[in-house]
Design a protein around this ligand. Structure first.
Ligand code: GLC
Length: 751
């Protein structure tokens, strides 16, 4: 990536921004004169070591999310060498640590407590990728609001979320934590999550600071192998990976976390372009930046620092304000300041950002604000939270296949066989990063099915096989059980620990011998439904041929078992839509809907076109895919004009009819294609969507508006804006089956 050309472009808009930016700095950072005075007075009293202490984050002994470096966090708190603690839970324990900070340390600066509240705190919600498939921003915001209410009741005031990494490679285990492959949707979800966590006032005891992570482009890890290098063009960086982070800044996110990866040769944790030029200078971010777990230390194996001392210098000068668990700032920064290698004003800048965050949380006013045991008892696992988790889980599920409409099942079926390694599991329902969630809390799918069917219905069960083991010893019993039943429900997929951090897979089909189990059960030739539990798209091509219906349940959270039962037996009509493509084979990766057309787009009749000779180019299930128990018919696509000018609004409408016998919700999607630009453009891009509820036989006219800003992109010279030209419009229930229209954008100003 040639940053010099980038810096040229930034220079053009940089100066104007700097005037605005410095004004906002004076106004924004110190909007509160009392805060300004308190923090400046405090800064004046702090020793250099105490300042560096505020820049140091350590994990408590309560839980760990990485290799522990040092257990002396209590001493560090007492001596002002550590201003932030993560992985410390409960009102009682955080109160104990806070007491040490505000009563024993010299300046009595309160601690900030961080934790990975990724999809719920004690009441676990569906994994973020699942929630994304609800396309319901209000519900996603509420999910984070509830997480914040429960976490803050246990002393947490800072979450390491939302994870906003766009990901196009499902081999990467962390696709589970994000919103999928689309940037437009990723931006909406990023904003909803920040607003959910932070609420409208961080000083309220039930709001917590959010943290946009992992900055940046972590989802582009080569080979989908976690922590691997990322090498993308400046255009891809700005067009695909950065917008959700910018959306977090626009939503007022209080912190950022650097990513482990190197980005086009420069590790994010030492990347001044990302951490200072873009984040602060261009976007006007006024929060603080924390590293990911020991990622300063990792600059040495990355090969850009000879030792940790050098690594610390690179990070602090690049714009990292706080060192997570690495202890590098604590060890080396004071000497580097005294030796004039690191300027004191950089230390003061970092400390101010951190103290402002503590101020905004109200911790100076009341350090024990988040240590309320009564609120903890009342809020944690509150029945209203569990009820919402159930609703969220149902909204997140995606009906992938429903041959012969065998779903929904009737509740009076005589005999049902539940077969598979995830039927009785509870911990796996919680998914990766379920942190404080109790794996024993959920009701299993098997027990939930037993609860929902009519009295007298017999529910049989056989595990059949393990999730990953290679033994076929359980097959015979499973086959016999299946033979006794009228309908079979397969509960198959991954273990919760097979996605999330450090969980990349080179083969993303069903693990173990589950495909063999499916094959064996298929010989029984009974109506068969497969319920999938997984943290990433799986190449389930074989499965699709062996069963009648497939429900994607992801890892649905604390109430996931009940949610599966209510969807399978028709209490809820599934409405989820995929936000990440399902490949047919791992060999197709990367495969995503908004790819480029190439100069030789696939033509089955022409050998010399861009395709594989052994598989179609299309995914098994495309972005936006999701069936319903009813059917929706699209007709009457209408554009208000064939041509629009730069200031015009194009109105687009389509009629959607529910042709089935069941009410349902459809997510009507609007895509656009720029046929020819100054650079190649994706074959389609999501530009809007509307969720509509339709009763049987009901028709609704769904309307969208587009203007030239919606058509803007990074043009040939990397300037942002629209270009005149011809466009196609696609409207439908997924990214592949659409009604299409055309229009032209005419620009008055020459480009
Ligand atoms: C982990 C993860 C990061 C998490 C942090 C603290 O390594 O990469 O997402 O927030 O450490 O647990």
């Amino acid at each position: 990536m040639n940053w010099s050309s980038t810096s040229m472009r930034f220079k053009r808009c940089f100066c104007t921004l700097m005037v605005v930016f410095s004004l906002s700095c004076v106004i924004g950072l110190f909007a509160d004169p009392k805060m300004e005075k308190t923090i400046n007075d405090l800064l004046g009293k702090m020793t250099l070591e105490e300042k560096i202490g505020q820049m140091t984050l350590y994990t408590s002994g309560w839980a760990t999310t990485g290799a522990k470096m040092d257990d002396n966090y209590m001493d560090y708190i007492k001596t002002g060498k550590c201003g932030a603690i993560f992985n410390a839970l409960t009102a009682e324990y955080t109160k104990k640590l806070q007491k040490v900070a505000v009563e024993s340390s010299r300046l009595k600066i309160p601690l900030i407590f961080g934790y990975d509240v990724i999809h719920g705190h004690r009441t676990i919600m569906p994994i973020p990728l699942a929630e994304a498939c609800s396309w319901d921003m209000a519900a996603i915001e509420k999910s984070c609001r509830i997480a914040a209410i429960e976490a803050s009741a246990e002393g947490i005031n800072w979450t390491f979320a939302p994870m906003v990494d766009i990901a196009r490679d499902p081999r990467w285990g962390r696709v589970a934590e994000g919103s999928g492959e689309d940037t437009y949707l990723g931006c909406l979800i990023a904003k909803a999550r920040v607003k959910g966590f932070q609420g409208d006032d961080l000083s309220k005891p039930d709001t917590i600071i959010a943290c946009a992570k992992h900055y940046a482009a972590y989802g582009g890890a080569q080979g989908g192998r976690d922590y691997n290098s990322v090498d993308v063009s400046e255009r891809t960086l700005f067009e695909t990976y950065l917008p959700p982070f910018k959306a977090c800044v626009e939503a007022g996110v209080g912190s950022f976390m650097t990513a482990f990866n190197d980005l086009s040769g420069v590790p994010c944790t030492a990347n001044k372009f990302l951490l200072t030029k873009v984040l602060h200078d261009l976007w006007g971010f006024n929060g603080f930046v924390v590293t990911d777990y020991t990622s300063i230390n990792e600059l040495v194996p990355h090969g850009i620092a000879a030792n940790e001392e050098e690594a610390g210098k690179l990070s602090v000068l690049a714009g990292v304000d706080m060192d997570m668990e690495g202890g590098v700032y604590m060890k080396y920064l004071a000497k580097q300041v005294k030796d004039g290698i690191v300027p004191m004003n950089r230390i003061d800048e970092a400390v101010k950002r951190i103290l402002i965050a503590k101020w905004k949380l109200g911790l100076f006013e009341d350090p024990y604000r988040y240590c309320d045991e009564n609120r903890q008892r009342e809020m944690v696992l509150n029945p209203k939270h569990l009820a919402f988790s159930l609703e969220m889980a149902k909204k997140s599920m995606v009906l992938l296949q429903n041959e012969k409409n065998i779903l929904p099942l009737r509740k009076d079926i005589k005999k049902i066989a539940v077969i598979g390694p995830l039927a009785s599991s509870t911990e796996d329902l919680l998914g990766s990063w379920h942190a404080a969630g109790d794996g024993k809390k959920p009701v299993s799918v098997l027990d939930s099915i037993k609860e929902i069917v009519n009295p007298g219905v017999e529910v049989l069960y056989a595990q059949g096989c393990d999730i990953t083991e290679s033994s076929h010893s359980g097959f015979q019993k499973a086959i016999e059980t299946a033979k006794e039943a009228d309908v079979i429900i397969l509960t198959i997929g991954e273990r919760e620990s097979m996605s999330g951090e450090a969980s990349s897979r080179s083969d993303i089909d069903l693990p173990g011998v589950q495909n063999d189990l499916v094959e064996a059960i298929a010989t029984v030739k009974k109506p068969t439904v497969a319920v999938l539990f997984n943290g990433r798209p799986l190449t389930i091509t074989k499965l699709t041929k062996k069963v009648d219906a497939i429900l994607e349940a992801w890892f649905p959270g604390t109430m996931g078992g009940k949610a599966v039962a209510e969807v399978v037996f028709g209490d809820y009509n599934p409405s989820g839509k995929l936000t990440i493509s399902f490949p047919r084979s791992v060999g197709q990766i990367p495969i995503y809907y908004n790819m480029k057309n190439t100069g030789r787009p696939i033509d089955p009749k022409n050998k010399y076109t861009s395709k594989y000779i052994d598989i179609p180019n299309t995914p098994l299930y495309p972005f936006g895919w999701g069936l319903s128990y009813t059917t929706f018919k699209y007709s009457g696509l209408t554009l208000s004009s064939k041509t629009i000018g730069e200031k015009d609004v194009l109105k687009i409408s389509v009629d959607v009819k529910n042709e089935g016998k069941m009410g349902g919700e459809e997510t009507v999607q609007l895509y656009v294609r720029n046929i020819a630009g100054s650079v190649t453009r994706p074959v389609k891009e999501l530009k809007g969507y509307k969720k509509v509820q339709l009763n049987p036989s009901e028709t609704k006219k769904v309307e969208f508006e587009l203007n030239s800003n919606d058509l803007a992109f990074y043009r040939f010279d990397m300037s942002w804006g629209p270009e005149a030209g011809n466009f196609e419009v696609f409207v439908g229930g997924n990214s592949q089956e659409t009604l299409n229209g055309k229009f032209e954008l005419k620009m008055a100003s020459a480009q």
